[in-house]
Design a protein around this ligand. Structure first.
Ligand SMILES: Cc1cc2nc3c(=O)[nH]c(=O)nc-3n(C[C@H](O)[C@H](O)[C@H](O)COP(=O)(O)OP(=O)(O)OC[C@H]3O[C@@H](n4cnc5c(N)ncnc54)[C@H](O)[C@@H]3O)c2cc1C
Length: 457
């Protein structure tokens, strides 16, 4: 990037919204996991017209542009690993409309996920996707990563709630995708293509999301198991009994201890594993499903099933789960979090494999995740200054993905490919699919300026 290009960016957004100081750039050099890749500049547009003009300039001059929401991503998607500037969309944070008749919310990309939850819940509605990072993450980032969350088991993930969106293509043209109608089969489904495209195919400037009525009742419970395998088998038992909890999460002993040390919530630190469950719906359904699920968990060796007596107890259960990653990061200097996902029926086998890999490589792995989705987050606690240990970490990661793929799973259930998982993607996709994806990228972004180095190695 030269002086003239920076001058052009300043002309579009105003001098104060082009950040160049080392202090500012350091902050944008990381996501929630990765080592520093400092951008050359950060540009903070206020509206779609400014986004369009910035991308048009980047395409014209062949400068790399990395879109960014809150930077909570875990696969390196929002860092400028190939230089150029960061396009920070957080100033575009207006909740534009809640349409109660059509059950739609229209938002700018920088709206924080939890703020949208609060706004729609205040009028008796619900936007279900609830990533663990929801107090910070943005809707734009959620759409770009097709974020999941704790309620995905019953309500699905972000792609299930995108009705329509507006954005700017990598060559600087405005586009729209999807429709505000419940049904539309007109043209290719570009909204689905954009969802999960990790900032490589377009920058979203407006998003229309589907809402649903807020369930009237919910009940949470926490159960202790002797081992992770027992807990995983209980998950299969619950699902095959036809119960669909709103949330069904798992934490192993390493994670429980770390959370307890961090938060002091009174979690049972002697448990080999915990399952955390919430059912919601009508009062009778909540009562029936929660007692049925408790019975099934006991049949699978749950020693203790605690049902939250009130809202405070319920909040404590979920506070513990949401603190899992933060708690694990306190244990050792470096945390490497993975996102292997398998069919639900293979969860116990996957859990067993992760434990075996940890033991064989003498590594400390804390595992937690969305058990009801077969989505585990084995989190390796290590120290990047110890090169010998890091070599074992790399080996363990390779093996975790190998097992996940062998069990019919995927290398990323929700965190995306970014740059950190790009080398694993071809093993899952195969040549034909990789070529088709590459052809789409080249067709839309012939100069390769939008988030280069992501998804493709
Ligand atoms: C503690 C913790 C818990 C988490 N829990 C979950 C979870 O339960 N489920 C889950 O799925 N993820 C989870 N994540 C990962 C992360 O929060 C999600 O991927 C989230 O969607 C990222 O949102 P963001 O606004 O931070 O996006 P960023 O990290 O800033 O960006 C993510 C990607 O989106 C692109 N992008 C951002 N905005 C736009 C836009 N407007 N247009 C085009 N591209 C854009 C970026 O280029 C990048 O590739 C968690 C992360 C943390 C730290």
């Amino acid at each position: 990037m030269n002086e003239q290009f920076i001058w052009k960016l300043r002309k579009v957004v105003g001098t104060q919204f082009v950040l160049l100081s080392a202090e500012d750039l350091i902050c944008y050099g990381y996501d929630a996991q990765h080592v520093e890749h400092r951008p050359e500049a950060v540009v903070r547009p206020a509206n779609a017209d400014e986004v369009q003009e910035i991308i048009r300039l980047a395409n014209e001059d062949g400068v790399a542009c990395t879109p960014r929401g809150a930077g909570t991503g875990l696969s390196g998607g929002s860092v400028a690993s190939h230089g150029g500037f960061i396009l920070d969309l957080c100033r575009m944070n207006r909740l534009l409309d809640i349409d109660r008749e059509n059950l739609l919310a229209t938002v700018e990309p920088g709206v924080v996920t939890a703020d949208l939850h609060k706004a729609v819940e205040a009028v008796g509605l619900m936007y279900p996707p609830d990533p663990g990072s929801m107090k910070v993450s943005t809707i734009g980032g959620n759409v770009a990563e097709n974020a999941g969350g704790l309620r995905a088991i019953k309500y699905g993930v972000t792609k299930d709630y995108i009705m329509a969106l507006e954005g700017v293509s990598p060559t600087g043209e405005f586009f729209t995708a999807g429709a505000r109608t419940m049904k539309s089969v007109s043209g290719y489904d570009l909204a689905r293509l954009m969802c999960g495209s990790e900032g490589t195919l377009g920058v979203f400037t407006k998003i229309v999301l589907k809402l649903i009525p807020l369930p009237k009742h919910r009940r949470s419970a926490l159960a202790s198991f002797p081992t992770m395998e027992d807990a995983a088998r209980a998950v299969s038992g619950i699902i095959s009994a036809g119960i669909m909890p709103a949330t069904l999460e798992i934490m192993d002993n390493v994670t429980v201890k770390a959370v307890e040390e961090f938060k002091g919530l009174g979690l049972p630190t002697d448990a080999g594993a915990l399952l955390l469950l919430e059912v919601d719906g009508a009062q009778s359904q909540v009562e029936e499903e929660s007692s049925q699920a408790a019975e099934i968990m006991k049949e699978h060796k749950a020693s203790n099933v605690q049902v939250a007596a009130d809202a405070d107890e319920r909040d404590r259960i979920w506070e513990g789960r949401r603190a899992a990653l933060a708690a694990l990061t306190r244990v050792r200097p470096t945390t490497v979090l993975e996102d292997a996902t398998v069919p639900r029926s293979a969860l116990a086998e996957m859990v067993h494999a992760v434990n075996e890999i940890a033991e064989r490589h003498s590594l400390m792995i804390g595992t937690f995740g969305h058990a009801g989705d077969g989505n585990l987050h084995p989190t390796i606690l290590t120290d990047e200054r110890d090169h010998e240990e890091m070599a074992r970490v790399e080996q363990a990661i390779d093996e975790i993905f190998e097992v996940a793929l062998k069990l019919g799973g995927t290398v990323s259930g929700e965190h995306g490919i970014g740059f950190s998982k790009a080398r694993y993607l071809p093993a899952e996709m195969g040549e034909g699919r990789m070529n088709m994806m590459r052809a789409i990228k080249i067709a839309l972004d012939p100069k390769g300026i939008l988030n280069p180095g992501k998804v493709f190695e």
